[in-house]
Design a protein around this ligand. Structure first.
Ligand code: NAD
Length: 471
């Protein structure tokens, strides 16, 4: 059995590799790397059978160089302090890479959500939120949680409602959490944002002629064979957008096992089958793989691990056949495996860039909440009127008339979803180009992860220097 480093240690090793290439003062680098605070709480919750159970939860605030701090809240039975701190540090670097003006944070509750009723989950979530409020660890300008593994818009609505009940009258209080349902102040496009961002990032890589040449694949997503591990929020949406762009989903994995079909799987049909049978296995026309982890070793061009950390390790790395690995999950590849894959010229699109779509659109939601107005509300009609006038002028000048359908397509003003998706795509594309530019500056001798860390560290250093803390 190979010795596997703790998650924090792994992130810090990546940080150190990048920092070693830079000339920043060591004290400043240590301050950027360290997790500022981790708070552990234990509280009682009454189960439906009236018994009392002690629940353990954490919140980590990695860096306060920008406020508020931000990160998802995870519900999983393996949650522990090291994991929460490591995930908080990834959030700091992620926000810097995509120019989201937040510090990094993360929360976690040590429960298997499937073992609790909805009422119990609500009691746990509300109590956790109350503990955060008591310690001033949540608020629109302090710490703004979001969904992560095991949580969704439902939990975010409970968090917001609990916060509002304590802080009634606070003007911006609904900005205390993001990933909320739309009627509760959420933003269109947030639910699918992380998977959508994964797609935009991989698409940009696949348009990169030099990169595709290196792995011997044609340019573009169309026709590429893809395997996705984890069909939750991130994995399902990543698979959906990849499929819509013409990729062929040859393998899909969930906790109960995996399915394989070299001719392609339809993600919507598979999800429907899973809803009906509680399993992705036995999907018509596919080969079942009982051990879900073996899906990582399937023959494919692009592998998207979108479940959890430490999935590709020194144990299974030599069986990995993908030429590109897009890290939908946080930390799915251990440092040991990462080094081996780099030597094998496998392109890894790192988590701190690739799964940033969630925090990008969370930032948009936070802005929407602070401005108290829906994106597009003030401009949509104006844009439509202007487009109409331009088209009318063109039609008059050319003495031609567009079809009603085409006219409608061109005239249409941007609604909230259009604006959010355009902001997401622009941010993912620009960030990819920045990271690539850094990588090329090192003659492609460093991997995309190191380039992404360099990008993050440089931006955070500038921020600290502007604060005047480090002369
Ligand atoms: P989720 O709870 O919605 O889905 C995770 C899915 O993975 C579940 O369906 C679960 O059954 C499945 N799974 C768990 N273990 C598995 C295994 N060994 N093999 C196959 N499937 C397995 O969680 P999510 O929000 O999609 O998060 C997934 C990952 O993405 C996590 O690492 C999370 O930190 C990261 N992430 C999430 C977001 C977000 O916006 N939700 C943003 C950035 C990063």
């Amino acid at each position: 059995m190979h010795q596997q480093s703790k998650f924090c240690e792994q992130v810090n090793r990546y940080f150190d590799q990048a920092a070693a290439l830079l000339k920043h003062p060591s004290g400043l680098l240590s301050q950027i790397k360290v997790c500022n605070n981790v708070y552990h709480m234990a509280f009682p919750v009454k189960r439906d059978d009236k018994s009392i159970q002690v629940i353990h939860g954490w919140i980590a605030e990695h860096s306060h160089h920008k406020l508020p701090v931000k990160g998802g809240i995870r519900y999983a039975e393996f949650v522990e302090e090291d994991e929460v701190a490591a995930l908080a540090s990834l959030m700091t670097y992620k926000c810097a890479i995509v120019d989201v003006p937040f510090g990094g944070a993360k929360g976690g509750i040590k429960i298997n959500k499937n073992e609790y009723s909805i009422d119990e989950l609500e009691r746990i979530t509300r109590r956790y939120t109350y503990e955060l409020i008591k310690k001033n660890l949540i608020g629109p300008g302090i710490n703004v949680p979001a969904p992560d593994f095991g949580t969704s818009s439902r939990e975010m609505a409970w968090i917001m409602d609990t916060y509002l009940s304590v802080k009634s009258g606070e003007l911006d209080s609904i900005a205390c959490v993001t990933g909320k349902p739309i009627p509760e102040g959420g933003v269109h496009g947030r639910k699918e944002a992380t998977g959508h961002g994964v797609y935009f990032g991989i698409k940009e890589l696949c348009e990169d002629t030099k990169k595709m040449k290196k792995v011997g694949l044609p340019v573009g997503i169309d026709g590429k064979k893809v395997v996705v591990q984890g069909l939750g929020n991130v994995g399902y949406h990543a698979a959906k957008f990849m499929q819509e762009a013409g990729a062929v989903l040859v393998g899909l994995a969930e906790v109960e096992g995996a399915i394989y079909n070299p001719d392609g799987l339809d993600i919507e049909q598979v999800m429907k089958h899973r809803k009906e049978t509680q399993s992705i296995l036995h999907f018509p026309g596919t080969t079942d793989i009982q051990n879900s982890n073996e899906a990582l070793e399937l023959d494919c061009d692009i592998l998207i691990p979108a479940a959890l950390e430490n999935q590709i390790t020194a144990e299974n790395v030599n069986q990995i056949k993908a030429k590109i690995i897009g890290e939908g999950a946080n930390g799915p590849i251990t440092v040991e495996a990462n080094d081996i894959l780099f030597k094998r010229d496998v392109i890894i699109v790192p988590d701190i860039y690739l799964n940033a779509g969630g925090v990008i659109v969370s930032y948009f939601e936070w802005l929407k909440n602070l401005s108290h107005v829906r994106f597009g509300r003030m401009s949509k009609r104006f844009e439509e009127n202007m487009h109409g006038k331009i088209l009318h002028a063109v039609e008059t000048l050319t003495d031609n008339r567009l079809s009603a359908e085409l006219y409608q397509q061109i005239v249409q003003g941007a609604n909230e979803e259009d604006i959010v998706n355009s902001g997401l795509e622009e941010t993912m594309v620009s960030a990819y180009r920045e990271i690539r530019h850094i990588q090329e500056g090192y003659n492609d001798q460093i991997d995309l992860r190191t380039a992404a860390f360099i990008n993050a560290i440089d931006k955070i250093v500038v921020c600290y220097l502007e604060l005047g803390i480090f002369p």
